[in-house]
Structure formats: C-alpha cells, structure tokens
Write a protein that binds this ligand. Sequence first.
Ligand code: 7TS
Length: 411
Amino acid sequence: MTDSAIDWATLRADFPILDQQVHGHPLVYFDNAATSQKPRAVIEALTGYYQRDNANVHRGIHELSNRATAGFEAARRRAARFINAVSPEEIVFTRGTTEGINLVAQTWGMHQLKAGDQILLTEMEHHSNLVPWQLVSERTGAELVYLPVTGDEALLDLEAVDRLLTDRVRLLSLVHISNSMGTINPVAELCRRAREVGAITLVDAAQSAGHCAVDVQSIGCDFLALSGHKICGPTGVGVLYGRRGLLERLPPYQGGGEMILSVGYQQTTFKPPPHRFEAGTPDISGAIGLHAAMDYLDGIGRERIFQHDQDLARYAYAGLAEMPGVRLFGPKQERAGLVSFLLPDVHAHDVVTVADQYGIALRGGHHCTQPLMRKLGVESTARASFYFYNTRAEVDRFFEVIRKIQKFFGG
Ligand code: 7TS
C-alpha cells in the first residue's frame, strides 16, 4: 500500500464514538494523549470474547478455558511482535504503563539498589516515572538525578549526559515521547550510552508505542512499558517488556494464583517469567482487545500514523504561533503529534472549558508533569493531542474556537 492509498476518512469511520455531537457541535477529539478511541475491530473482539469464549485462563481443561488461554497467549505473541521482542516470554501483561514501571521499581529497584547508587531520570518524566523511583529512593537510599530540559522547547540537554551518566548510575529510566511537550527523545542513543556505564534502562513508551515504530531490539533497552488504552486498545491492560536474562533474575512482584509452581504452608516455588509476574486472574478480555488493536494499527502502519500525526501537530503549531501572544511549548522542529500552549491572560482550564462548549476535547493542567511545569514557571498548559483519525479540518475548527476564546477573554 502506498501512502496515497491510505484513506484516513475511511479509517475515521471505524470509530463509532467520533460520529456524535457534543453541546450541539460535531465532536473534535483532541485528547488522545490521555486515551485513544477504540475502533470497531477492538469493540467486537471484546464482545466476541464475552459472547463466545469467556472462561478463566491457564487452569481449565474444558473447551472455553482452552479458548480463553489460547486467546490470551496469542495476545502475548502479538505484543512481542508489536515491539519486536525476541520472545513472548519477555512480555508481561500489566494494567498499563504505571504498573509496568512500578513492577520494575518494586522488583529490580528494591532488590538491587543501595545507598550511593544513582537513578537517572529526566526532568520531563510523567509522574508515573517519578513517584515509583522516589519510593525506591526512600527505601534504598539511592539518589535521584535528572537530565535537564532546556526551557520551553523542552529538549533534553544532551551535553549534561557526559557529566551525569557516570558509573554510579545503575538505572536510566526515561520517556520516549513527552506527553506534555511532544518532545521525542533519542532513546536508542541514550540506552547505548547507559549500557556503556553498566546501567540498565527503562523506556516509558506510553506516548510512542501507538504513534511510531517501537522496536525494543533497535532501542536496546532492558525494559519498556506501554498502555493498551492509548493505542486503540481497552483500558486496564498494558505491556511490560523485559529482557529475558534480566526478568529471569527478578523476584516476583505480587503473590497469588497463576504465578506459582508449587505452594506449601511455609514456602512457594514460582513459575518462570512472564507468569511469575502475573499473579491472579489477568485482564483476559483486555489482552484479547489489545491484540485486535495491535493488528489494527499495524494494518495502517505506524510510520504512516507518525507522519499523519506529525503533520497535524506542525499545522497546529504554525497556526498557534501566528496568534498574538500565544506561548508554545515543546520542540520547534521534530515534535510528536501534540501541541501544548498558553493563551495570554487565559487560564488553561478556561481554554478547555470553553473549547468543550464547542465540542472540542482538549486537556488543561499539569499533565502529570508537575515538576516540569514548575521548572518552566507555569502551573498548567492547554494541550491538543492528535491521532490518525483527526483531520486538518478539525484543526481549523480548533483555530476558530481559540480565536473566539481570545476575543471572549479580551485578548
Ligand atoms: N507515561 C506517560 C508518558 C504518559 O503520558 C502516561 C499517561 C503515563 C505514563 C501513565 O499511563 P497509564 O496508562 O498507566 O495511566 N498520560 C496521560 C496524559 O497525558 N493525560 O492523561 C494521561
């Protein structure tokens, strides 16, 4: 299929939710960084599973249980292909990116780190890649160190890497695409540098996995976390990739059924990864829905999705830059599919509230990057985040409404 063969309007029709009016206006959904919408293929995979196959996994010998188990494990193999893991044993199903990072923090972090060690993060991390490490730091005495961000463009200060990435660093954990700024970080290069000092690496792929090609082997990371709901899949399911040799050395995360080989009253032996990390009944339907989402996205091609989203972001950024007094955040050049901005003298929440009255869904706030907002000297920004079902016509509608808001607030 050539680029011109992609009919984005037809793809849009795969998303029933987009065809509705909100407050008397056609819905313009620009809150995709928070969660994406779901195509019919995913909704049907979920209902199909519940209508035909629902049973618990890994325990029954009856037909429905076998089907549920087969569906769940097929989803694991699909997830491995989606991020080019070497084997499905490297795929742990989680609730999402947050749980994936917490799993690494609680298993690897709590057991491996000690006073004198350093954890290297960046100043643009989402709270879910900050707070788990603060908890580990409090318990182990390991120190948190941050790669700085350079002002409103929010690029990583790569010159600081030489200074900060020393052999005291045991872990580099960083975001691939910033949810509040749209920065795309050079994760492969940074993972390579981290390996040179013997550090392990974790990539937060919450904003990248569904928006561009993500290949754990070419990135060269040890761990990578993503959320199903941001990549057209259901809420409540996500993936943690872990390099096999490393997963095998980690202790369990939670204890319970499904993750054991043999249990006595005093002692238990655990299954090998990935099952060692999946205590209790997993989100079976979620994994099956996620399988359908991954098929759907790769049917379009993530490179194409990236081009499309980037085009909308460039268009939106250029349009906002022409408006008087608008403060724009994130890279001027290579940016992912979102824009983060502030109108002069209008609170971001007011922008979002008025836009909603015109059917446009934005997000305003600190976007769970409070320390970064403080560093930039703001409380919040307004954010429009795009996906492949959004159009330039919708961005034009957004411009119209932003002009109205500026007029309304006397800008
Ligand atoms: N990491 C990044 C970069 C994110 O953008 C998010 C969610 C998470 C981690 C956490 O993902 P979860 O699925 O475990 O909650 N980001 C956003 C956002 O930008 N607006 O709402 C949620």
